[in-house]
Design a protein around this ligand. Structure first.
Ligand code: PHB
Length: 390
């Protein structure tokens, strides 16, 4: 199978070489993301943010025209992601890869990326181990350990002493549980229950009942961003946890800006941790949001938007330095620092994930009556804390 891939790639390369210089200036980037199904919002957010980047920086870099080829992976479908990536590498002969929302999808393409030596910029998938699976992976989103440890510090500093955890039972959920639990226990806090919820769960009632019985000071949670967030927050309120004074502290996947208004007034006071809030008060973020609104009226910015926007930064920088020489491109960007709408970023040479500020946010009513992720604390320059030591 792997030899087959190399052979096909080789003969396709020969064909291109023989066909002359017509396409020599076009650098191709394959983008794999959900563009249909329940998680299609990720694809929309990616494309909108790419449009902002392109409006600001153009579609050619150092004399190369950049062509993007989109492939729809749907949700967590490793087999589909693998087939689509194979297609991009062999048929479309892309020079770079980007996107990848779900951890199982990113893990599934690691061998292809390594074998073809294709620099691949992950715009979302957030389990630490992914980047250890291929030296060609870079990540402009976050990892769940990076997000959760600062939240545990905040919880302890704010009087929370007992916590029940409830996370979606796959890579990022398990990392989030580990990141929060390790830090919270180190501070002196107590984990009173550890719940892992199947990825397809839509009825969170039974888990909420269990947590209610645990009577903790707070419930910590990770669920992937998207429609389940509404059901989760509703179950938290409907089952009386909010009424009992059990605080909800979660990763910001729960209340990203594409879901936020739909969470309703019951969500006011929920505390989340994440690398980006649309309410981040910087000039660069204001410009980003203004350009997004100009190009796509009614669109909102969320963490996926900046994952893609900064992903474009990494791609353009690689193309500028290396053209179609991916190794040269990666050399130029790994270790680089730049300013993002979310704050300062550095692509950490050890983990190849961005080191970035984490923001503790409170869901609050903005002056215009809408809900916002109000930043209440900034933890500066947090690296990926979950990357394996060796
Ligand atoms: C992941 O699968 O890594 C993932 C998906 C959605 C999120 C965060 C992480 O919101």
């Amino acid at each position: 199978m792997q030899v087959g891939l190399r052979q096909v790639a080789l003969s396709a390369g020969l064909a291109i070489a023989l066909s002359g210089a017509a396409s020599a200036d076009v650098i191709k980037v394959g983008v794999v993301a959900p563009f249909s199904g329940p998680f299609a919002i990720f694809g929309t957010q990616f494309r909108n943010a790419m449009d902002v980047w392109i409006a600001q920086h153009g579609k050619s870099v150092a004399g190369h025209e950049v062509e993007f080829i989109f492939k729809d992976s749907g949700g967590p479908n490793p087999a589909v992601a693998k087939t689509l990536t194979q297609e991009l590498l062999i048929k479309d002969r892309v020079n770079y890869l980007a996107g990848y929302v779900f951890t199982p999808n990113a893990l599934a393409v690691a061998p292809l990326v390594s074998q073809s030596k294709t620099p691949t910029v992950i715009w979302n998938a957030a389990t630490s181990i992914i980047n250890a699976k291929s030296p060609y992976f870079m990540r402009t989103s976050m990892t769940q350990t990076q997000v959760s440890a600062p939240l545990a510090d905040w919880a302890y500093a704010n009087g929370i002493r007992t916590v029940a955890t409830a996370v979606t039972d796959y890579g990022p959920g398990i990392d989030a549980e580990k990141g929060f639990t390790t830090e919270f226990k180190a501070k002196g806090g107590k984990i009173v229950d550890t719940i892992r919820m199947p990825i397809k769960t839509t009825d969170f009632g039974p888990f909420m009942q269990r947590v209610k019985g645990d009577e903790p000071d707070a419930l910590f949670s990770f669920i992937p961003a998207g429609p389940p967030a509404f059901a989760f927050v509703k179950a938290y309120t409907d089952n009386g946890l909010k009424g009992d004074g059990i605080r909800l502290v979660a990763t910001g996947d729960l209340d990203d800006e594409t879901s936020l208004q739909g969470l309703g007034a019951a969500s006011v006071g929920v505390i989340t941790s994440h690398p980006y809030s649309a309410a981040h008060p910087s000039a660069m973020n204001c410009d980003f949001i203004a350009e997004l609104a100009r190009l796509h009226p009614g669109a909102v910015a969320n963490f996926a938007s900046v994952g893609a926007y900064d992903g474009m930064h990494v791609l353009y920088r690689m193309i500028e330095a290396g053209g179609r020489d991916g190794a040269k491109g990666m050399k130029a960007v790994i270790g680089a620092s730049w300013e993002s709408p979310r704050g300062p970023l550095t692509l950490d040479p050890r983990t190849r994930t961005v080191t970035q500020n984490m923001y503790i946010r409170e869901i609050a009513k903005a002056p215009d009556g809408t809900l916002e992720n109000k930043e209440i604390e900034t933890i500066k320059a947090v690296p990926d804390l979950g990357y394996p030591a060796k």
